[in-house]
Design a protein around this ligand. Sequence first.
Ligand code: FAD
Length: 502
Amino acid sequence: MKRDKRNLVTYTMEGFNVFTEAHTCKETLKAFEKLSVKLGLENVPHEEFFDQLSFGLAKNWKFKRFLDHLKNKFQDTGKGEATKVLVVGAGPCGLRIAIETAFLGCKVVLIDKRDAFTRNNVLHLWPFTVTDLKNIGIKQFFGRFCCGELDHISIRRLQLSLLKIALVVGVEVHTNVEFEGLKCPRKNGGTGWKAVCKPQNHKVSDFEFDVLVAATGARDALCEYKLQHENGTVIKQGFDRKEFRGRLSIAITANFVNSNTPAEMKAKEIGGVSSHFHQKLFKDLKAKKEIHLENFVYYKDETHYFVMTATKASLLQRRVFKEDFLDASELMERKNIDVSALLAYARDAANFCTNNAMANICFAKNSRGVDDVAMLDFSSKFEAVNASHVIERNGKKLLIGLIGDSLLEPFWPQGTGCARGFLGAFDTAWMIRNWKSMKGKPLEILAERECVYKVLSQTTPNNIKKKYSEYSIDPKSRYPSINPKAVTLEKAKQFYDDVQED
Ligand code: FAD
């Protein structure tokens, strides 16, 4: 008997190490499932999950310190049924809100239609995001996170680390599950809101929830989803978006393999230079390489990551575009791009700006196994008209929140994606907290959420509060001023849908 106990302790230590070291989304989920089974946690109610996991791992001081630290983040939510939250999207923002709502005592289920984290691209982090990520224990899973002056992380690594934290705090994660819409509650059957998912028979389709958070990214913003009624009728629902169209802006991202050789270590990062301030560099690049850039960033992370904004004229001159078109979508069409010319353009620019540091280095591969160079048009940016919405059918209310790129598309060169994404995630967690505690006052909650949303697109690293250690999900801890009258209760009514369509 004694030996069995010792074996279990050894196994759980090893199991937690395997989980800590896991390199992919699939490996992480598998390692955590194994560990949970070994500790008998498969059917433990979510509110007991973290304590029981901590108990199972208490023998190791390193895990214990990490878990004790996380324990302090859980809020005492009192008695009563827990709020159930479905988060759609395991990007950085979906994962971050899943963690925060788990801290609020919610039962959280997170789904993603994919099962791999493949983006080498590097996110610039504002100082508060660095503090926040350290605060929720990222270093337990990525010890090198933002050592010294570094303020960036690859998207892939961030997702992986957040996934591990989310699992530890009790978030239930399902991959290869696509959200397609909502199933209305039944009139007499007593069921709550459910999701219509692909595959249809997945167990997530049976999960009843009170809150839906969509963190589905810019491309899949929740502009249109199915609302399936009890009688079988399906109507289209969705969040309206506004488009901001500027002049043509073409970004090129490129990733090179980083083998950390002494020569590579010498290459100096470039945290963002624009042609306006470095006229000579950009002028020489144009003269010597026919490359005309407006700005340029180089981060040395798990890959050597470059992002630059290039002019259409120079892309035509270097024959990256085969033909010129006035229409941006025709210009950027895959068949109009000469891939080898694009690779040469990116390599020449990267070499020139780093004194030939990338001359003999191979491109990293992307998820499709090809050289990781991409060109994107970010002349147009979308943002959702509103951040929240309530639907009531058959007496049951569902609160819906948008976060991340699906709420507000980022402007990459300023690194706004992750920073504003996290701010919006905290604001939404605050709304969910109020939803839990102020049942019956949905209009007030919606109005407050929309007032806070008005501030988000104006945020910069300089105009948010500086005491990062005092940040909480309460918007007042982060924004210096919010106009509480920006959206009145009357205005908020448009975000409350209780039309009986049966
Ligand atoms: P995302 O990270 O886009 O995640 C959305 C998730 O939702 C995805 O995992 C997707 O599979 C899932 N999903 C979508 N629809 C459904 C559905 N119906 N059901 C289930 N799951 C769904 N920012 C930078 O600052 N620098 C960069 O170089 C940079 N490169 C990028 C490259 C790409 C290809 C993309 C897509 C984005 C890039 N960004 C970059 C933006 C940056 O990644 C985001 O700002 C940041 O990841 C926050 O995004 P998010 O969590 O809101 O959404």
